[in-house]
Design a protein. Sequence first.
Length: 73
Amino acid sequence: MTTTYKIRIKGHLDERWADWFGDLTLTQQPDGTTVLAGPVVDQAALYGILTKIHNLGMPLLEVYRLSDEAQAT
């Protein structure tokens, strides 16, 4: 089951990193943060995304689970 997440990190992460984060969209916010949003297939994939953010040295501010695909139908 795919779940949609919104992840906010401190700092601006530019679009050249978009391919590295797969189906997530990267949106720079005026407050100096970046929001990554989109579908995540399972908890292992979420952990992989969080590990990538950690490896970039970007402070993690928020992780929100927005919806499950099964609930949307």
